[in-house]
Design a protein around this ligand. Structure first.
Ligand code: MLT
Length: 350
């Protein structure tokens, strides 16, 4: 990826004090570190399935270059000045939409929001027609969240601007998978996860987060154990993994207590009640699958708790754990902005 470089005084301002010298060093670091990545070659970010380990690592490396900007340690470079990013969110979102907006604005782009309740989808317009109309207005990228699995892929076949999947039905949520992987890399000190064991717990069948993580984590070498009641965890979920060797590292476990002491990371998911209109959730769900204080006590030293949000406190996580020392939940949110900056810059900066 080629980043458009601005003059350093634009990036960092003029100053001779120590703090601005360190800001200058960080600016230089960002510019030098981000020169080539291959992941953006398809022109879109539709999913993590099929991305190689080096491509995933490159995306995390790029995101890490942007972290000092997100943390306010370094001034943002307006890599996307003059560009317009359209958020087409036809399903509810808090974190992902705001995070994409903050990321785009930090890069100097303008953001327009089209939300489900106000879009013409409520008048029967198709997803492709809506997206094609937005593209025809000359926007530079479309960030899509929709209930239809495969919607962003379909849109990408009909518009000539980059499409970024912000969560499509029960298919993928690639930027969430990346921010989770970045958080795990920061915590464990490596994104080569060979020999590491990660539990994803909860409503696996409904979860695009679980699917994106399954692709990313197995590609990076982790053993993944999917935990939940039979009603929520499809036994053949590992079939999603195209590569046979990676598939062999995915297991299903219905007994949370049998794995809790033996994992490096526990990723808790909420029950997606909105996708279970006709299906009963087991009455003893909280007792069997909630991460309470007693279970958290049994986790290995240094093992971390992740959650993509929104957290249903008192269901999958008690307050004590959600806000406790093992929780990396807010770190995930911070990382999300850096990941989305890297995604937008990777696809748009030239
Ligand atoms: C999603 O959009 O998939 C969320 O981040 C996870 C959830 O809704 O539970």
């Amino acid at each position: 990826m080629n980043f458009r470089l601005g003059p350093l005084e634009v990036l960092c301002g003029h100053s001779n004090n120590a703090s601005n010298v360190s800001r200058l060093m960080l600016c230089i670091g960002i510019l030098c570190g981000m020169s080539t990545t291959t992941w953006a070659a398809t022109g879109h970010l539709l999913g993590l399935e099929g991305l190689s380990r080096p491509q995933l690592h490159a995306m995390l490396d790029d995101a890490e270059q942007f972290l000092p900007v997100v943390q306010g340690v370094v001034d943002p470079e307006p890599l996307l000045a003059g560009r317009v990013v359209a958020n087409l969110f036809l399903e509810n979102s808090t974190r992902t939409r705001v995070s994409f907006s903050v990321a785009a604005q930090r890069l100097g782009a303008q953001v327009v929001d089209l939300l489900g309740s106000t879009s013409s989808s409520t008048k029967g317009e198709s997803l492709v027609d809506t997206a094609a109309n937005i593209a025809a207005m000359g926007v530079d990228a479309i960030v899509v969240r929709c209930t239809a699995s495969g919607g962003p892929q379909l849109i990408s076949e009909h518009v000539d601007v980059p499409v970024l999947n912000a969560g499509d039905g029960m298919h993928e949520h690639p930027t969430q998978g990346l921010l989770d992987l970045l958080t795990i890399r920061q915590h464990l000190g490596t994104a080569d996860l060979d020999g590491r064991r990660i539990a994803i717990v909860g409503d696996i069948g409904s979860s695009r987060v679980a699917r994106s993580n399954l692709h990313a984590l197995t590609t990076c070498g982790a053993d993944v154990v999917l935990v939940g009641p039979a009603e929520l965890v499809p036994t053949d979920f590992e079939r999603l993994i195209p590569n046979e060797a990676d598939r062999g590292r995915v297991t299903v476990q219905h007994d949370f207590d049998a794995v809790i002491s033996d994992v490096d990371v526990v990723m808790m998911l909420r029950i997606q009640f909105e996708r279970h209109e006709d299906q009963a959730i087991p009455e003893d769900y909280i007792e069997r699958y909630g991460l309470n204080a007693a279970r958290a006590e049994r986790m290995a030293d240094g093992a971390a708790v992740l959650h993509p949000g929104p957290v249903n406190r008192g269901v999958e996580l008690v307050n004590e754990v959600a806000d406790g020392p093992r929780s990396l939940i807010l770190q995930q949110v911070t990382n999300g902005v850096a990941v989305r900056m890297a995604a937008l810059a990777g696809l748009l900066a030239s």
